[in-house]
Design a protein around this ligand. Structure first.
Ligand SMILES: Nc1ncnc2c1ncn2[C@@H]1O[C@H](COP(=O)(O)OP(=O)(O)OP(=O)(O)O)[C@@H](O)[C@H]1O
Length: 832
């Protein structure tokens, strides 16, 4: 895309929020730059570097899956057919001017009742964002608002560089930092991203969360404590600093404190840009207000804050400096000072009734869609209505803004909300594209006359509806909301229009047209696959990590160890498992290993018991990690996305911490089983037995880790788990020897990790034993333990070698987990 510099975007109307009604410090007078034309958010004395984020013409288009494409095409065809029927019946409203009938709307702004317009349906795409421009600077809080599904999160993610890599979408437009294109790695150091769902460890305290995050991201270790203390104070968390965060099942800090902890954790590296997705969702009013206050305080500290928010209370809305209001379909309905939005819509003959929360009012405005909205049969499209058809068009000149302004008035005269919002957007784009417009964003007022039809519509008397009947209620409600005069009366309205155009001169004016050869992504829809060329531009690198590997490893090891100690329920379960299973096995087969009669039964029983010991160790370790890791995966993704550490530091620290915990429980289990079973009374043999069980645990955990990293669904992991344990068990020799297995499966004994662990415990027990008589014959004499091992046909390796193979396999699987985690790591589309 030919890059237009959004930093030159002039703003629609000046206002000042220097003195807030509640006396809170808001904004110092701003220098006369483009931002200051909003009259808000001048840079303040701050602890972080100042930054300006600007974006222009952002688009986000979903490439529909084949089934959805077919359904959408069928719906479009049905609409076309209905439109043809209606046109033949002379059913179109007079103002349509041929623009309806399901024809492709200009500007891509039309959205049908099912969320897709006809053009989108035919193209097999869905526009989520359409040409969104804006700007935010240090000291400002920008709220992105709009109805559910309008693209708020998508826009936030685009701005934050957090749109996940996928071939199912195409992003277009340009985002700039301080006027220049952003470099993904560097940008992630500038920007904090607080997701809607808090990803925190329930067992850690608020202070520990911040301190560990600081340990991983603050360049000097000596700064960790002061950074933690400062953030606790800044986010008003000092009073709960040493409280556990908790979870839905374990009571911890309040929802607001939890959210503020999640914010604090992201702020440890003092990023000048903060992105938050719905930070007040799921909070009660009081907590939501505290969070909003903290966002204002963050801005007051010199940060630029961008947040999505659904329908804030008026006192929360008051904390916002800038507002970007998205309408259904991802078009901009308003962009400018939050304080001016009510005036702005009032100027478009859409006044906010008294005692109505402005946030509710504007969301209702952009949420209500009349029946058969633009693009549906019989409705006019912008630029084709009779009211605007005669307007002069001089493409590429500053008249575009004048034209847009006139269209606003025409739309208001037609009382067509969709057209009003759309025309207003075009007008804003026209102003935005005019580099000289900063000097002249003033709005003039124009008298327009509402037709009786329009007035009737506005009155919501239930008689007339633009779509010809269905969905009257929405318009009636809108009429009541607007409190318009009675039907049939021609009413003079003062409509604010973009007179800026009259004073706008110079190149660059006009609505930005699609640019040939621009960076707008190419979308190729083929029968078999959907491909986006732009989406190949993906950040595959680890974001730059701020601290050295040693500190990453040390901090993660301490955190893992602390978490292991704090996981009381899990630890108790493991203790119960170790005590009970070992005790029951040991008591049931008491002193079985001490028998030297050489009876076949005795030998087989000892082998079976040892096999069961191995399997129980394996199952405990495998299921434990595979079911606990998915919760941690979200944390790993979040922390890797913000450049906290690399996968190697994570895997190694996790392995060491888990091994230490395993060693404790494994040793306990080994002691009880070994002595109750009466296995060989030798320290060396006990050591080898305990080492085999520990290696088996590590192997089990490795299997669980690989499965849990490769498969994201916990249910799928639970289903796969028996397979990854049972198949190696099948070819271990515990159930049947290799000679009784089909020839083509015998190789499996050579790779089955269970077979090596089993061989190790068997050899450890039987090697060197002497039985009174051979177990398999009635002949007299002495039989050796080595001969007894023939029952299971185990391999010829030594005990130590078998343990070594299990450890090597465990290590290899950790490397696989490393590779999978790296490959599955955060990968973002950085095409804008
Ligand atoms: N990767 C994707 N795959 C499928 N649909 C997507 C994808 N990204 C966005 N969408 C769709 O785009 C639309 C906008 O989504 P988005 O999450 O941005 O909306 P939102 O305004 O934040 O909604 P809400 O307020 O409900 O969270 C939704 O209809 C969503 O389903």
């Amino acid at each position: 895309m030919a890059e237009s510099d959004a930093s030159s975007i002039p703003l629609s109307s000046p206002s000042s929020k220097l003195d807030s009604p509640d006396g809170r410090a808001r904004h110092a007078p701003s220098p006369p730059d483009a931002l200051s034309s909003f009259g808000v958010g001048a840079p303040r004395a701050s602890s972080v570097a100042g930054v300006t984020l600007s974006w222009s013409d952002l688009t986000y288009t979903l490439l529909l899956p084949a089934a959805e494409r077919r359904a959408a095409a069928r719906a479009a065809a049905a609409r076309d057919a209905a439109a043809g029927t209606a046109a033949e019946a002379g059913d179109s409203p007079p103002a349509s001017g041929g623009g309806g009938g399901g024809g492709e709307p200009p500007d891509g702004g039309a959205v049908g009742v099912d969320g897709l317009d006809a053009a989108e349906a035919r193209a097999g795409v869905r526009h989520v964002l359409r040409g969104v421009s804006g700007r935010v600077g240090s000291g400002q809080v920008l709220a992105i608002m709009g109805p559910s599904g309008c693209g708020k999160t998508t826009l936030l993610n685009l701005l934050a560089g957090r749109v996940a890599k996928a071939r199912t979408h195409v992003a277009g437009g340009v985002v700039r930092v301080d006027g220049g294109r952003r470099e993904p790695g560097a940008f992630r150091r500038l920007a904090a991203y607080v997701a809607q769902d808090d990803v925190l460890f329930s067992e850690l305290t608020v202070r520990e969360h911040i301190a560990f995050a600081a340990g991983l991201r603050v360049a000097s270790g000596a700064d960790v404590a002061p950074t933690t203390a400062a953030l606790l104070a800044e986010l008003r968390l000092t009073h709960v600093a040493d409280s556990r965060v908790g979870s839905p099942l374990v009571r911890g800090v309040s929802g607001g404190e939890r959210k503020r902890t999640a914010i604090a954790v992201e702020l440890v590296a003092a990023p000048p840009l903060v992105f938050l997705d719905e930070p007040t969702s799921a909070l009660d009013a009081a907590n939501a207000l505290v969070v909003a206050d903290r966002l204002a305080a963050l801005a007051a500290g010199g940060r630029a804050v961008v947040t999505t928010i659904h329908q804030p209370r008026s006192d929360i809305f008051d904390r916002f400096d800038l507002l970007l209001l998205l309408a259904r379909g991802g078009s901009v309905a308003y962009w400018g000072p939050a304080a001016d939005v009510v005036t702005y819509f009032a100027g478009l003959s859409l006044p906010c009734p008294e005692r109505v929360n402005p946030a509710d009012f504007i969301i209702d405005l952009v949420s209500v869609r009349p029946p058969g909205a633009v693009g549906a049969p019989g409705l006019p499209s912008l630029g084709s209505s009779a009211a605007t058809a005669a307007l002069p068009r001089r493409a590429g000149t500053a008249d575009a803004a004048a034209l847009a302004a006139a269209e606003v008035a025409a739309a208001a005269a037609a009382a067509d909300l969709t057209l009003i919002l759309k025309a207003a957007r075009v007008q804003q784009l026209a102003l935005a594209a005019n580099p000289d417009g900063a000097a002249s964003p003033t709005m003039a007022t124009t008298e327009v006359t509402m037709s009786p039809t329009a007035a009737a519509l506005a009155d919501g008397d239930g008689v007339l509806s633009p779509g010809g009947g269905a969905g009257l209620g929405a318009w009636a409600a809108m009429g009541r909301l607007l409190g318009r005069p009675a039907a049939g009366s021609a009413v003079k309205r003062r409509v604010r229009t973009g007179a800026a155009a009259a004073t706008t001169t110079g190149a660059g004016g006009g609505v930005p047209a699609p640019r040939a050869g621009s960076s707008s992504p190419t979308v190729t829809l083929s029968r078999h696959r959907v491909r986006s060329e732009a989406s190949d531009d993906v950040s595959a690198e680890e974001p730059d990590i701020l601290v050295p590997w040693g500190r990453q490893f040390g901090t993660l090891l301490r955190r893992s160890a602390l978490l292991n100690v704090r996981e009381r329920t899990f630890n108790r379960s493991r203790l119960v498992q170790a005590l009970f299973v070992s005790s029951f096995v040991g008591i049931t087969f008491y002193m079985a290993g001490a028998s030297r009669t050489g009876s076949l039964d005795d030998v087989v029983i000892v082998g079976n018991v040892l096999g069961m010991v191995i399997v129980s160790q394996l199952m405990t370790a495998t299921t434990g990690l595979s079911l606990s890791f998915p919760a941690e995966r979200a944390m790993v993704l979040r922390e890797r996305a913000n450049g906290s550490y690399g996968v190697s530091a994570y895997i190694l620290s996790k392995t060491l911490a888990e091994s230490a915990r395993n060693a404790v429980f494994s040793l306990l289990y080994s002691i009880i089983v070994y002595f109750l079973l009466g296995l060989k009374p030798s320290v060396v043999n006990f050591g080898l037995f305990a080492a085999t069980l520990l290696a088996t645990s590590l192997m089990g955990e490795s299997v669980g880790l690989v499965t849990a990293t490769a498969v994201s669904s916990v249910k799928a992991v639970a289903v796969l788990m028996p397979m990854v344990v049972c198949l190696p068990l099948l070819y271990s020799g515990i159930l049947l020897p290799p000679s009784d297995t089909p020839v083509f499966f015998r190789w499996a004994f050579k790779v089955s990790y269970v077979s090596y662990a089993f061989a190790a415990v068997l050899k450890n027990q039987f090697n060197g034993l002497l039985f009174e008589r051979p177990p398999f014959s009635f002949s007299a004499g002495v039989m050796t333990g080595e001969q007894a091992l023939g029952v299971w046909q185990v391999n010829t390796l030594s005990v130590g070698a078998c343990v070594g193979v299990v450890c090597a396999q465990a290590l290899a699987l950790r490397l696989v987990a490393y590779a999978v985690l790296r490959q599955r790591g955060p990968r973002f589309d950085v095409s804008v």
